[in-house]
Ligand binder design. Structure first.
Ligand SMILES: [Zn+2]
Length: 248
């Protein structure tokens, strides 16, 4: 059976027989696995050009649970990313994060939109890399069942105070007045009004508006630590690509 899908290649694996396995994030089918057959035919020589972070329209054959790539057209290759190691590292982290979260068909369309927007802004170098990383981490987890509840202090209902505290484990916020000594034992992060505004904007605004804000360098650093801690706590994974990115 032939299927046409548009999707972003997020992983490629060489097999011992020369064939390759691709993981493709699609709008309607979630993440699919497709085989690229190796042969000397002209058509398959063209297939060697398929690589990670390419956004393509694929014609696939489905046999049992496996897809085979029959034809493809490149829609965007974001080539500028490969020229910058830090940009490439953060994109590889996004790929790992996506595979770990494995968005189902109800959210894969939004996940793909988030991913394409993120790599677009990274390739154009018009947004701070740290900002894009924070947006990707918080929004991707929110889409896949880990959405924090940042509407108000979970104890007294206050919308905002000068300082609030984000609880990494429960994803709730608590104000200074309601913060108790027991909080010492919890994993938490202090958030300023600006940081809270940014987090609410990421979580509650549509994806196409997510990238339309700026933060001070200090707020970016603090929020980057918070979003990384949130990812690590809830996915219980140390991403190698993230460790590499942080060493650069
Ligand atoms: Zn409170």
């Amino acid at each position: 059976m032939k299927t046409e899908v548009s999707g972003l290649v997020i992983k490629e694996v060489e097999l011992s027989n020369g064939n390759r396995l691709l993981n493709i994030l699609t709008r309607d089918l979630g993440i699919i696995t497709a085989i690229v057959n190796n042969s000397s035919s002209r058509k398959n020589v063209k297939f060697l050009s398929i690589h990670i972070l390419m956004y393509c329209r694929f014609i696939l054959f489905k046999r049992k649970e496996y897809y085979t790539v029959d034809e493809f057209d490149i829609l965007n290759i974001f080539w500028q990313i490969k020229d910058d190691l830090k940009s490439l590292a953060v994109c590889q982290y996004f790929c790992e994060l996506c595979i770990s979260l494995s968005p189902d068909t109800t959210v894969s369309g939004d996940f793909l939109k988030l991913f394409l927007n993120s790599v677009f802004y990274i390739s154009k170098k018009i947004k701070d890399l740290k900002l894009i990383k924070i947006i990707f981490e918080i929004k991707s987890l929110s889409l896949c069942g880990y959405m924090p509840n940042l509407i108000c202090c979970y104890k007294c209902g206050r919308y905002e105070t000068d300082d609030m505290f984000f609880l990494i484990d429960s994803g709730k916020i608590v104000c200074k007045n309601c913060r108790t000594n027991s909080l010492r034992n919890e994993l938490f992060a202090r958030v300023t009004k600006g940081m809270l505004y940014a987090l609410r904007h990421i979580i509650y605004s549509p994806i196409e508006k997510n990238f339309s804000f700026k933060l001070s360098e200090n707020a970016l650093k603090s929020l980057s630590k918070l979003s990384e801690d949130y990812v690590k706590y809830h996915l219980d994974t140390n991403f190698k690509s993230l460790e590499f990115y942080n060493r650069l």
